[in-house]
Design a protein around this ligand. Structure first.
Ligand code: AMP
Length: 196
């Protein structure tokens, strides 16, 4: 299954994706992790994106689409993968549709994790202290939240139009949220089995 996970910063996409990837046995593709790795390794890509990431801004669509296209070519993605933090703009969502269509694979599902902005900001500020992420300062957290609502949230309507969207309440413990996601995955598997 090819699944997109949408949701504001701090909502727990990474945590849930790791669990879902283990359960579904598909790779977890986090563009944020890939970009951070490029920065850590001081590659030309890393040098290009470091400042934007530190400011909480989005990296250009073409850059992100290139790294996703390259990743999707690897054989472990043959049967599916989970996209975490991608797509983040309409252009990226359309780009993903094109990439998958080229491989004759449709997107199966877009799961929106919905949370309360204020609670998420508090959660991220706590995480900032633990993980020491350069883009987890109060200013960049606010900027990332603003950008999510302006540029990424419209994707909820995009996927709803394509009948791919399922919304999950992401306020609760990681176990509770994972249980809710598991229900959605089970329903998806059942409906896929009926449509064969
Ligand atoms: P994340 O770990 O997903 O929160 O991503 C951290 C940062 O990487 C974001 O704030 C952006 O600066 C950048 N980034 C990650 N994924 C994308 C994407 N799909 N499009 C643009 N920028 C991205």
């Amino acid at each position: 299954m090819f699944i997109v996970l949408l949701g504001p910063p701090g909502v727990g996409k990474g945590t849930q994706c790791r669990r879902m990837a283990a359960e579904l046995r598909v790779p977890h593709i986090s563009t944020g992790d890939m970009l951070r790795q490029a920065i850590e390794s001081d590659t030309p890509l890393g040098r290009e994106v470091a400042e934007l990431i530190a400011l909480g801004r989005l990296v250009p669509d073409s850059v992100v689409l290139d790294i996703v296209a390259e990743r999707l070519e690897l054989p472990d993605c043959h049967d599916g993968c989970l996209f975490d933090g991608f797509p983040r703009t309409l252009a990226q969502a359309e780009g993903l549709d094109r990439l998958l269509a080229r491989q004759y694979r449709p997107l199966d599902l877009a799961i929106e994790l919905r949370g309360d902005d204020e609670a998420l900001m508090q959660r991220m500020l706590r995480r900032a202290k633990l993980e020491n992420r350069a883009d987890d300062t109060p200013t960049t957290i606010r900027e990332r939240m603003r950008i999510y609502h302006r540029q990424t949230e419209p994707l909820v309507a995009y996927y709803a139009r394509n009948y791919l969207l399922r919304t999950v309440d992401a306020m609760g413990t990681p176990d509770e949220v994972f249980d809710r996601i598991s229900v959605v995955l089970r329903q998806q598997r059942t409906s896929a089995a009926y449509s064969i």
